[in-house]
Design a protein around this ligand. Sequence first.
Ligand code: PFF
Length: 540
Amino acid sequence: MQDFRPRDSWTSRIGVILAVTGSAVGLGNFLRFPGLAAKYGGGAFMVAYLCAFLLLGLPIAFAEWSMGRYGGRHGFNSSPGIYRLVWKSRIAPYFGILAMIVPVCIYMYYVYIEAWCLAYSARYLFGRMDFGADPSGYERFFAQFVGIHAHGESLSTPGEGLLGSAVFFLILCFVLNFTLIYRGLSKGIEWFCRWAMPALVVCGLLVLIRVLTLGTPDPAKPDQNILNGLGYMWNPVKPGTTFWQELANAEMWMAAAGQIFFSLSVGFGIIITYASYVKKDDDIALSCLTACAGNEFCEVALGGLITVPAAFVFLGPQVVQNPPGTFGLGFMALPHVFSQMPLGNVVGFLFFFLLFLSAVTSSLSMLQPAVAFLEEGLGLHRKASVALLGFITALGSTGVVFFSKDLLALDTLDFWIGTFCLYALAAFQTILFGWVLGAKSGMAELRRGAEIHIPESLRYVIQYVTPVYLFVVFGFWLRQNIFAAGAEGQPNRLRQLVTDPVAAAVMIFVAAVAVLFGLFIAQAVRNWRRAEAAAEEVAI
Ligand code: PFF
């Protein structure tokens, strides 16, 4: 008879808090957030961001922590198992397909960016990141390194990315991630987060001190000083607009909501799995708040004060506003900035090393839910489940690298999995907690063992405000990106699936992984039923 009880657990409360914070703090904090805040105008964006944090992020995080601990108490660590426990319906566990493919598919491209961070920090360490005063040197290096197309030069054809030096670092990252996952929850994830999280905060503070003491590096350009850099990022109103005009921008509200999900790692089903390993009366309310606060510190105080102000001071507002491509600010503009900064090599190393550490603690959290499911649902041993997941993700990452031209595979996965499926999964979990488990029972679960006071109003927020907010944002997003797409130079994502072979191939692969997990879940349900029937017989 298979043993379905949790096999692994956190060794301490600080361990789980650091692991959840580690999942949350990642590239989203240091690269994605500053870009969005600068794009939409710091102050106005922060209003939308704060609303999304209080009405979407925090309530769904509470819901995931509560359902996770509840599931763990009943012997389940995986989302399919916990969904089935909470919702006694035959289809409930199959929503777990989403909770498996969202983190696993995000891992396939996230780990590639993680590899760039490792490579950049290694190059800084060995003093091999100076490409002169001309920005094009940094852009060309990045394009060649990653195997993308830059500035109209056809630098890459499909498959060329596989020959790039980024692949070496990608393999290193794969080995590191899977070794840690193989070592298990406490000896792998918790152990790594325990030293990586403090280390990355120290690196971040050192870089921050350097950036805030930059003053006016070029006396010929007195406006490009650090105070103006901070103002550029944070002033509530951009020249030529009003605060209210900026606040009326629906796209900004969607971006803020998306950022909250991505940054806090909520809605992915990851926190459910992590929280399922806590002790049965651990104070999850406080742990949840601590992890969210830790993430916001890294996002707003470190991410928000480093990247954009530094780029502003050396490169001016034009580059910050129109960085060269999605990853332009981090991987092209900042190395250019560091090359002009006193102690730039040290700062460059610290910055990319901190990015790398934060990415590892996040990518580990994308793998654990699937490993937990394979072990608990199919009864696989750790070695087998790690090997199977390693094979699936290696195939996916190879695809991402193979189609690195214009980063199309990465972009397709980010759109359909990292945004569309994420919204769908977050909506499902919100309804599951607020309406199926019931906000009242859910709140009782959250309050058990909690030393802090949880206001009753949270119940109504979770039951009414969060779902309505989520559905409105999701509706707007669908309208803009799916139904009315194709305008303003945006690709029509649905048509792209038919006309673009790369996007089609990526989604066929995702569908195959989804079918595979669907079959695994069907088998897991049979196993669970058998175990439950046997337990009943013993009880009789
Ligand atoms: N929260 C991470 C970040 O801010 O970079 C990203 C992330 C982690 C996304 C875990 C998805 C996930 F499952």
